[in-house]
Design a protein around this ligand. Sequence first.
Ligand SMILES: Nc1ncnc2c1ncn2[C@@H]1O[C@H](COP(=O)(O)OP(=O)(O)O)[C@@H](O)[C@H]1O
Ligand SMILES: N[C@@H](CCOP(=O)(O)O)C(=O)O
Length: 293
Amino acid sequence: MFISVPATSANLGPGFDTLGVALDLRNEVSIKRSRFFSISIKGEGSKSFRLKGNNIFISIFNEHYRNLVDKKEKFRFTFYNKIPLSRGLGSSSAVIVSAIAAAYAMAGIPLSSQRLLSLALSYEPHPDNITPAVMGGFNAAVVENSRVYSIKKEMPQNLKAVIVIPNRPISTSHSRTKLPRKLSLSDAVFNISHSSLLTAAIFNEEWDLLRIASKDKLHQDIRMRAMPELFEVQKLALQNGALMSTLSGSGSTFFNMVYAEDAKPLAYKLQNRFSKFAIKILDFDNQGIIIEE
Ligand SMILES: Nc1ncnc2c1ncn2[C@@H]1O[C@H](COP(=O)(O)OP(=O)(O)O)[C@@H](O)[C@H]1O
Ligand SMILES: N[C@@H](CCOP(=O)(O)O)C(=O)O
């Protein structure tokens, strides 16, 4: 059995815990029944002893598989990871949704996307990464009574993401503890209005509105202050063709949306200026999770 899940960029500025988009950068895992348990990790995380010894994919998979199938079995897991860990590209969501989906697929029990999202919420209570990871495309998502309500918009081919990946990991859960517990009414209105306009602009394909619509007053600046070069990344990107330039999830990656023809010139400028950061040009992903049994 084989599962592949895309990276995701969450928040997109003002849509904290709500908006997210899938990127064509995938983690893949192959699972086979075997006489012995074994785990092999290639790509991101392959040098981490922690990922071999205490892997959240394995623990989530086992938890679900043992609930579904009443017999002890052993598996050979082979991971091909392309999503960098703790960089704001939804690596944890990719692991969570793929582990749950894999357990159901190996047990031969059908699982709807809706149910997969509900199960994933118990590990990651915000829907902005898990929804595009499962559905692909851009998603606006809300959680109510442990259920995700979402609408997807397929991203067009003429847009690309130029992502800037610093060498520094940021733990999402730690980063969330630094955010303010209270907002002023004017900041709340600012984020509601910008996030609404951003969603409408994406659905209507009015890309020139994104620069204004992607502003945020809730989390982004506070997080960027921990790594002030990110302000320069954003400024350079917006001066060189980015339609929007936002912190990806909790960072440290920066996400820039561009017209396809602007992607290479922008990537070149960013790489010249920030030689220590990895720059990637990615397509948007519209497929979401892929399961081959
Ligand atoms: N491919 C992977 N295999 C196993 N665990 C992973 C993998 N990718 C991420 N994780 C787990 O998720 C954690 C990172 O989650 P998080 O801080 O939310 O960052 P991100 O922004 O990448 O989602 C890692 O420390 C690790 O425990
Ligand atoms: N809304 C969350 C998104 C976290 O995304 P990640 O890719 O950094 O895990 C937040 O901003 O905390």
